[in-house]
Design a protein around this ligand. Sequence first.
Ligand code: PMP
Length: 354
Amino acid sequence: MAEHFQPREDVAMRAGYHSPQVDVEVRLNTNESPFSPPQAFLDALAAEVGRVKWNRYPDRAALDLRVKIAALHGVLPEQVFVANGSNEVLQTLTLTYAGPGRSVAVFEPTYAMHSQIARIAGSEVVEGARAADLSLDRAEVRRVLAESSPAITYVCSPNNPTGLIETEETVREVLSLVPGLLVVDEAYAQFAPWSALSLVSEDLPLVVTRTFSKTWSMAAARLGYLVGPSWVVAEMEKVVLPYHLDSLKQAAGTLALDFVEEMEHRVAELVEERGRLVAQLVDLPVEVWPSSANFVLFRPIERDGDAVWQDLLDQSVLVRNCSSWPGLDGCLRITIGTTEEDDRFLVALRKALS
Ligand code: PMP
C-alpha cells in the first residue's frame, strides 16, 4: 500500500476531539438544552430563509447581531466578536494572541478544547493543577503565571466538566496577576449566580466568552461570542476568515435575542431540575460535585466508572465518560435533561449501582 502524505508531525501525534455520537433513547452527554427553541422563533426563522440574499456574501461585520448582543449586555458593539460557536471564538483569540513562541495556561481538569486549540495553533500549553476538591487553587495560579508568563490564561466558570464556579474575588485576583489576557469561558454562565461580564472594561485585559449552544437551545446553529475590550475585538477581526458567519446564522442569532424571557424561563426550569436530580443523586453511593451549570459531575463509589457508563449505555442512556481523564478517576458527567429523561437516567443508574 502506498504511503500517504503525512500532516504536520504535531498533528499526526494528536488524537482529535472525542465525544461519541451514539444513537440512544436518552442522550445526556454534550450539555445541550433538552428543549427546542420557541415555536415563534422557528416560524420567524423560516420566514427569514426567504429574505436572505443567497447570491450575496453576508454582512462581514455581523453588525445587527453584534448590536443586539451588545444591548443585551450593556456594552458597545465594538466590544463584541461573534463566530461559529464559542470554539471558533477561542480559536480566533488564540491565533491572535498566542501561537508559536507564546504560551497558554489552563488549570486541569477543565474544558479539553482550551489546550487542544492552543496546541494546534502552535502555542505551548502550561498546565496548572486544581486542588483535590477540583476547585481553582490560587497559589497554583500564582505559581503558573509567575513561571511561564502565558499570553492567554483560561478560567472556565462554571468549569466543564466539574460544574464548579469561581467567585468574583478569585476572578479579580487572577485578573490582577495575568501578564497577558484572561479568558473567562462562560459557556454555562446563565445557569450560575454571577457573571464576569460585569468586570469587562476597555482598560482591563479580560474577555468573557458565551455560546448560543446551551441556554439558547441552538447547538445546531453553531454560534458563540466574546465580550471584551474593543482593542481585542479589532485585532481578532484581522485574523478571522472574511464572511465567516453566514447570513442565515446571523439572522438566527438576531431573532433569538427577541426571546430572552422564554430562554430565561428555560434556564430557571433546568436549574430547578438540577436541584431535583442532585437531591436524588446524593442518596446513592456516588460522590457529587455542586454544580452551577446544566450538568453534574459524579463518581460511583463502589463501582468502576467505566463499567457504570457501559451499564447506562446498555440501557440506552448516554452520559459523558470522564473516568479516564486526568484528575477525574472514575467520574461521569450527566447533562440536565427533561424530568422524563432524568428519571430514565436515575432508574438506569440505580440498576447499574446495585
Ligand atoms: N466552552 C465550554 C466550557 C464548553 O463546554 C463548550 C461546549 N462543550 C464550549 C466552550 C463550546 O461551545 P460552542 O462551540 O458550542 O459554542
